[in-house]
Design a protein around this ligand. Structure first.
Ligand code: C2O
Ligand code: CU
Ligand code: CU
Length: 489
């Protein structure tokens, strides 16, 4: 492995330079044995995350004690009880009203990942609520039923704040979804997958320069805040709705005993048709909605939700590890056949596109290495640019359709995320050379493995203002791998 020394200009006051960085070749973290997953005991019961509804919601960002089952530590949270905030529930068309109270020693804000929110309420990187302050959010929910999420978006602090515990789910329901036969109640399980690096009594965020390069990978897997937990599911059909809430780790989800995953939904809700698959590559920020048929499993037996190895991701994908133990209950749940086809999606169509724009996601070895005006080291860039709040990178018009083509000539994994809208994917070329099941619905985040190109088709919402476009590897994002565009009315 070769290294390159970045020489920093002495006249600039940036910090953190002058150390050695991975050269941009594969396996940046291969000398970093702590990024290998170490499984826990699978004896802690899977926590179900409390829900919060109504018009007087308050989230208080604060220091918390977190009990993860086999470890307890100090972290950050939105309620007194630990990492991860409550799941915010609402119906399409409702007004989301919420007050953020900041009891941290630093500024923070909220981003509504996947929702179309007025830009001044969407967690712009340099608009934060100061320590001791409060901020009120109030906007109508325009998205259809689906699983969305919230996390801070203060530039330079997004990765640290989210990693230390500030994140939560948003679950939107609508009448169309209620009209289908889908497993519900005990048979519908929301799962937040995250990896963290534990050391001592405080959950610290201290990435090395190679962690910034490849993304911060932790050795311990948390599901809903618990380390290697066990869920008890009834015989019959279960619906697993999964968020990858990790900073950088990609999971290749599969059932340990080969039970197929029936994909019914993606970031922006249900697909048109369920599609059966053996594994699902789920990158940071992405969600997937799957049905599993546990009716032929004997009660008292168990299986696992695991992450399988995958190729093309360097150090990521080299390991096979288990995420969640699934114990089959003696109680029989819903065994009648669930709905497998749903309403047409009406995704934007490429023939309406008025323009194609190209975005190249690059890492240092391919021409980066400048300084981000946002404060990162600028090792990761989009179209040769690092985040600069004073620059508007692209201008688009509400209601128009464009094709945005994202290329990954680097040897790193880049999950691409666009704020403020859901969009469709047309095709993937290079690498895996195909779209996967959960990429055939409404999306706000998708992953580019090294060498891949994905074409997205976007119809811009009638929500004028500035929106972000960035890599959802949060180390890359904070390093400046983020642009902004303005939607004109
Ligand atoms: Cu989930 Cu710009 O973020
Ligand atoms: Cu790199
Ligand atoms: Cu990236």
């Amino acid at each position: 492995m070769k290294y390159m020394i970045l020489i920093c200009c002495a006249s600039l006051s940036f910090t953190g330079c002058g150390m050695s960085h991975g050269s941009g070749h594969e396996n940046h973290a291969s000398d970093n044995s702590t990024s290998k997953v170490v499984e826990g005991a699978f004896t802690t019961a899977l926590p179900s995350i409390p829900e919060m509804s109504g018009s007087t919601r308050v989230l208080t960002a604060q220091t918390v004690r977190h009990d993860a089952g086999s470890a307890t530590f100090e972290a950050l949270g939105y309620s007194g009880s630990g990492i991860l905030g409550p799941t915010l529930t609402a119906n399409t068309g409702d007004v989301m009203s919420l007050t953020l109270q900041n009891r941290l020693a630093e500024g923070t804000n909220l981003h509504w990942h996947g929702l179309t929110v007025p830009p001044e309420q969407d967690g712009y990187p340099d608009s934060t609520t100061p320590p001791g302050g409060t901020n009120s959010y109030s906007f109508p929910i325009l998205q259809r039923a689906g699983l969305y999420w919230y996390h801070p978006h203060a530039h330079g602090s997004t990765a640290r704040q989210a990693y230390r515990g500030l994140a939560g789910l948003i679950r939107i329901a609508d009448s169309a979804e209620r009209g289908y036969r889908l497993p519900s109640g005990k048979d519908e399980v929301l799962l937040v997958l995250q990896d963290k690096r534990l050391s001592g009594s405080v959950l610290e965020y201290a990435p090395s320069s190679s962690d910034v390069m490849a993304g911060m990978l932790g050795e311990t897997i948390f599901v809903n805040g618990a380390i290697s937990p066990v869920a008890t599911l009834r015989k019959g059909w279960s619906r697993l709705r999964v968020l990858n809430g990790s900073n950088a780790r990609v999971f290749n989800l599969a059932m340990g005993d080969g039970t197929p995953l029936l994909v019914i939904g993606s970031d922006g809700g249900l697909l048109e048709n369920a599609q059966s698959t053996g594994s699902i590559l789920l990158a940071p920020g992405e969600r997937v909605d799957v049905l599993v048929d546990l009716s032929r499993h004997a009660s008292g037996t168990s299986t696992f939700l695991k992450s399988m190895p995958f190729s093309g991701g360097g150090i990521q994908g080299s390991q096979d590890f288990r995420l969640l133990k699934i114990l089959i209950d003696s109680l029989v749940g819903d065994s009648s056949a669930p709905s497998l086809s749903f309403a047409p999606l009406a995704l934007p169509v490429s023939t309406n596109s008025v323009r194609t724009r190209i975005f190249e996601m690059t890492a240092m070895a391919h021409g980066g290495g400048g300084h981000s005006m946002g404060g990162g080291m600028g090792m990761h860039q989009i179209n040769g640019k690092s985040w600069d709040p004073r620059r508007v990178d692209d201008s688009v018009v509400a209601g128009r359709t464009e094709i945005w083509e994202f290329k990954n000539p680097s040897d790193e994994i880049h999950p691409v995320h666009i704020h403020g809208m859901q969009f469709g994917l047309l095709e993937r070329t290079g690498g895996r050379a195909a779209l996967s099941a959960h990429e055939r619905g409404w999306k706000d985040t998708f992953v580019l493995l090294p060498g891949e190109t994905v074409r997205a088709v976007i119809r811009f919402p009638n929500q004028p203002g500035l929106f972000l476009l960035h890599c959802h590897n949060l180390e890359h994002e904070d390093d400046g791998m983020m642009l902004q565009f303005r939607i004109f009315p």
